[in-house]
Design a protein around this ligand. Structure first.
Ligand code: PDD
Length: 287
């Protein structure tokens, strides 16, 4: 089945879905994105992703696409047209194409943003085998720019980080700045020590994860202790447990950091419990 992709108001077969070579996301990484997971044909945490998209656009002075208020319907239509059961919907907004290359932003009255959405099918997304064994991470220096709270399409370094991890026989990388873990290449990072869940506080240094917000809320509701503060790489290596969260991985246990095994090398109690709660609650609220 040919995938149907949304481009600026049209639903097109993927081979016909095209944007200009002058699009600013292509030339300048002048674009923002969201990834919303789909389970059982329903959207998880949609309102959170929409709110963060609006914030990313605002922080970059990028106008909202005309179809902004129709985004829920567009997501649902793509799910329908692509028979998507489990997977993700990728959404990207760019500052559009001014028909040439220029560092100066085009006049928003003349150049409209580009809006693209497509589906990625991942059957059994919530039953990932990695959730049972946990993943291994390496640490790398965080050399990204200073506005990591904006979800831009500048993903070269995170992509390089994942490649470094694979080369080292691991699954992903944690980014470290001044000895402190910021986040994972495409996820938020957590450790657990003496039953307490520790994750970096929100600031411009990390993406304000939608899954993070939900997981911390559920953890507090379940009377788990949560501390939002920076933690060092050394602290992480001495932790009882560690895990990551993201829209595509939900809650994923981390069992090894830079070759140092955490606990007995298997997922502990906290991460699998949080994964279960997150999936249960999110499915209940999926739309
Ligand atoms: N990544 N931190 C970074 C740097 C991210 O790229 C992501 C998401 C997260 C987690 O955010 P959320 O819980 O809202 O998905 C944290 C997406 C999934 C991606 O790039 O594919």
């Amino acid at each position: 089945m040919t995938r149907t992709v949304y481009v600026n108001g049209d639903y097109l077969p993927e081979e016909d879905a095209k944007v200009s070579v002058f699009d600013r996301s292509f030339l300048m990484a002048d674009g923002v994105y969201e990834v919303t997971s789909v389970l059982g044909g329903k959207l998880i945490d949609f309102d959170g992703h929409l709110a963060r998209l609006e914030r990313s656009l605002g922080e970059l002075d990028m106008q909202k696409p005309e179809a902004f208020d129709d985004l829920l319907e567009i997501h649902r239509e793509l799910v329908r047209r692509n028979d998507l059961e489990d997977g993700m919907i990728y959404l990207q907004v760019s500052r559009g194409s001014a028909g040439d290359r220029d560092f100066i932003f085009p006049d928003p009255k003349e150049v409209k943003p580009t809006l693209v959405l497509f589906t990625q099918s991942k059957p059994g997304l919530a039953d990932s085998p990695a959730a049972k064994t946990g993943i291994k991470v390496i640490s790398i220096e965080d050399i990204r720019w200073g506005r990591r709270d904006i979800k831009t399409v500048q993903l070269l370094y995170p992509s390089m980080g994942k490649m470094m991890a694979i080369k080292a026989g691991c699954d992903d990388a944690w980014l470290v700045e001044d000895g402190f873990v910021t986040e994972g290449t495409s996820n938020n990072a957590y450790i657990v020590k003496d039953g307490k869940i520790i994750t970096r506080q929100l600031s411009n240094d990390i993406l304000h994860g939608i899954t993070r917000a939900a997981v911390l809320r559920f953890a507090r509701e379940a009377q788990m202790e949560v501390e939002e503060r920076s933690f060092t790489l050394d602290e992480a290596k001495a932790a009882d447990e560690a895990f990551i969260t993201s829209a595509s991985q939900f809650v994923m246990p981390v069992v090894e950091i830079d070759g140092v095994t955490l606990g007995d090398g298997a997922p502990g109690k906290v991460a699998p419990r949080l994964r279960e709660i997150y999936l249960d609650e999110s499915l209940k609220n999926a739309i």
